[in-house]
Ligand binder design. Structure first.
Ligand code: GLN
Length: 471
């Protein structure tokens, strides 16, 4: 096995035994980057010198690829946007500090949809990322660079962010494990904000055990983020020991199966996953999430509303691109923004500004918040009857470039991941098999209640252990 093929656990074992050092591991990733990145385009930039320097200073540390919206001192942080081209971070996000103190270093910046808006990474303003399983297909998004780097063995593991599905859907498309932690589980300090009431950082890895180890390093209270509770973080790596499906009550929400446009292979793989779990001792429980049909509409009011406010700070004055054409302060704002933002980001800012404008606020934003409460209650009720939900992760496997032309069809790819994001609960995507026709990977989604990551990881691990005979 090559060093770049290792996951976190195996890398740590090798480091502990002295079989190789962090420098060897980092160098192996750098060599792999040179061999493969021109083809896959997972990374936007890779500061090799800095990565090796970090490895020299931390000889037992494991290098992690970082989505290009998380601040790391001295590294670019572009959010894959022309408006932030050339911007260099002056500080570390809390997740980066936490990683360092748990034996991880950051190595390389991976591509994404601009400001995390999208489901295919085609909205990146700075580069194209291809699916390592089929270069004519997208890696998913918005954490497409993270997923392609993990799935294509261009890193040991990666950090992604999930606002409405951006960790889980690309994980499903590229055959990796992705965890969207509960809202508040992981600090958002130093993570460029998209929709502040939804954003979460999470691990994208080659196994559930790796995800448990990395999540344990990321999670916890941060005085810089008031949404993070003070309670101690459970030992996630210990929580998955002896994981089993026996006696697990697995909820099946009919709203997640009767969906128009669901790929028959995704349906087959998800149903096989269900019966596999049942045979292994899980009890399947039918549940209902009756407000699911409103989730897309609610998300596409709340997320753009928050984005329009968050992105107001990119005005040509403080960060990144400044228009050379500007004649006064007003044209400095408008021209810098017109030149710097891509079309999807502009669309969201316009939508968000509209739904927040006076006279419309109550009708759209206020109403959406009320329906969000109903969606949250749906989950609370479902978790009264089951331990975890199992569902498809995305309605299709990875699609081809330019296949989803209009924004609405693209938005529908997040049908199964958006409701749990709105509810603030935790969810995973775990590889479940390959389509028969196109041989593309497909993941299934597990969802657990808020701050039940230990349970989520344990069920995900039990499924991962079963999956051998699925593929
Ligand atoms: N695809 C969704 C969007 O475009 C979710 C993105 C995300 O989770 N960052 O908003």
């Amino acid at each position: 096995m090559e060093l770049y093929e290792l996951g976190i656990k195996a890398a740590r074992e090798g480091l502990a035994k002295g079989e190789f050092s962090s420098i060897d591991l980092t160098q192996a990733i750098i060599d792999r980057y040179h061999a493969k990145n021109a083809e896959i385009g997972a990374y936007l930039t890779f500061d090799e010198e800095q990565a090796l320097e970090l490895a020299r200073a931390n000889p037992k540390a494991v290098p992690i690829a970082v989505k290009d919206l998380i601040n790391v001192t001295g590294q670019p942080c572009t959010c894959a946007s022309k408006i932030l081209k050339g911007y260099v971070s002056p500080y570390d996000a809390t997740v980066i500090k936490n990683m360092k103190s748990h034996g991880f270093i950051s190595a390389g910046r991976v591509n994404m949809d601009e400001f995390a808006m999208g489901s295919s990474t085609e909205n990146s303003g700075l580069g194209v990322t291809r699916n390592p399983y089929d270069l004519t297909r997208v890696p998913g998004g918005s954490s497409g660079g993270s997923a392609a780097a993990v799935g294509g063995n261009l890193c040991i593991a990666a950090l992604g962010t999930d606002t409405g599905g951006s960790i889980r859907q690309p994980a499903s498309f590229c055959n990796c494990v992705g965890i969207k932690p509960s809202y508040g589980r992981v600090s958002r300090y130093g993570v460029t904000a998209f929709a502040s009431s939804l954003d979460q950082v999470g691990p994208m890895t080659k196994s559930v055990e790796d995800a448990a180890i990395l999540l344990g390093a990321l999670a916890g209270h941060d005085e810089m983020d008031g949404t993070t509770p003070k309670d101690p973080v459970p030992d996630y790596a210990a929580a998955i020991k002896g994981a089993s499906m026996k006696g697990v009550r697995l909820g099946v929400a009919k709203e997640y199966f009767e969906v128009e446009g669901m790929d028959p292979e995704v349906k087959r793989i998800t149903e096989e996953a269900l019966s596999k779990c049942e045979k292994a001792g899980a009890e399947l429980v039918e549940v209902s999430l009756p407000h699911t049909e409103y989730a897309m509409a609610v998300y596409y009011i709340i997320a753009p509303a928050e984005a329009s406010a968050n992105l107001a700070r990119f005005d040509g004055v403080r960060y990144g691109h400044r228009s050379a054409e500007a004649k006064d302060v007003f044209s400095l704002y408008t021209k810098s923004r017109a030149e710097g933002f891509g079309p999807e980001v502009k669309r969201r800012i316009i939508m968000g500004t509209y739904v927040l404008s006076s006279g419309y606020y109550d009708a759209y934003y206020g109403r959406a918040q009320k329906v969000r409460t109903l969606i949250t209650r749906d989950f609370a009720e479902a978790f009264g009857k089951c331990d975890a939900l199992l569902s498809p992760c995305a309605p299709t496997p990875a699609f081809r470039f330019k296949e989803l032309q209009d924004p609405l069809t693209m938005y529908l790819n997040d049908l199964f991941t958006i409701p749990s994001a709105l509810a603030g609960v935790c969810a995973s995507s775990v590889p479940a098999g390959f389509t028969r026709d196109t041989k593309m990977p497909v993941g299934v989604q597990f969802i657990c209640g808020a701050f039940e990551e230990a349970k989520l990881l344990s069920v995900s691990k039990a499924f991962e252990d079963l999956r051998g005979s699925l593929v």
